[in-house]
Write a protein that binds this ligand. Sequence first.
Ligand code: ADP
Ligand code: TRP
Length: 321
Amino acid sequence: MRTLTGITPTGTVHIGNYFGAMRPAIEAQAGGDCFYFIADYHSMTSLTDPAQRRANTLGVALDWLACGLDPARSVIWRQSDVAGVTELMWLIGTLTPMGLLERAHSYKDKIAKGISPNFGLFSYPVLMAADILLYDTQRVPVGRDQKQHVEMTRDIAIKFNQTYGETFVVPESEIRDEVSVVPGLDGQKMSKSYGNTIEIFGEEKAMRKKIMGIVMDSRTPQEPKPDADKNLAIQLLKLVAPAAVAADYEQRLRAGGLGYGDLKKGLFEHYWNYFAAARVRRAELAADPGHVNRVLAEGAERARAVADKVLQRARKASGLA
Ligand code: ADP
Ligand code: TRP
């Protein structure tokens, strides 16, 4: 089973990325044949600072490796190192109906947030489809927000296969219900573009401040809270604390007597411990950028070997070669 996913280096990786995409991807390594890339082409729809892009790309590579991505078992590369993906984007773009792109939630959401649209942002699902189809991907672990993009990829693959003959593998998304949407500090979906993130590798003091700053309602600590399961800190605690610990906090909040300050303190401690080992590994990796660059270069070579074959297949099928 070939698994593939990508992370866009537009900012610092957060726990929504981790639970929604990175952890399932890391766990999938047990089954082998994993392809993971840093979507630096995608970052161009919203980031125009070259130094920032370079730094973020290296940062995401460090994040992946620190969290357990193992280059001996997985292929990890920078999207732009396999430039053929942009050619495939053209091949499939000519079969992508405008209406399909106009229906993209993520595009509509971004416009609604005041992000000024460009052609790249509009055509982004086509590049994402190319990312997936170029590697004969079967399974794509992503957060709920990307489900529609994987469905578009399926539509595009099916249309290409119908038009030009069997060429692409039709992929499936893998979405875990319990982490499909990790909420951010404001309760909305956690996203780099919404400024509501809890970073995986934030600095201790700043992260404590962020978590302690989560706004709660004005009920007194003593008051029972029948809606404890909806509490944002409880929801986040369920991700980073053992199930029994999170259940205990929830029960105490429900019964009354647990103050929001203590709850947030508990959340911070569990969050901080959850990523402690990865934090140490990241510092070691960051001290040796040569190693990380070698990993990315080797990954690009392995990715290219697959991509070249699939691209040739698509060129041939469509009468280009
Ligand atoms: P962001 O929305 O912060 O820009 P990306 O678009 O780079 O994040 O997402 C990278 C991966 O992380 C995708 O698979 C996406 O579905 C997943 N992801 C992002 N935010 C969340 C979230 N809040 N909950 C679950 N998964 C998420
Ligand atoms: N669009 C994805 C996101 O913003 C990142 C991404 C790009 C991706 N190409 C992909 C994810 C291919 C899975 C497969 O989250």
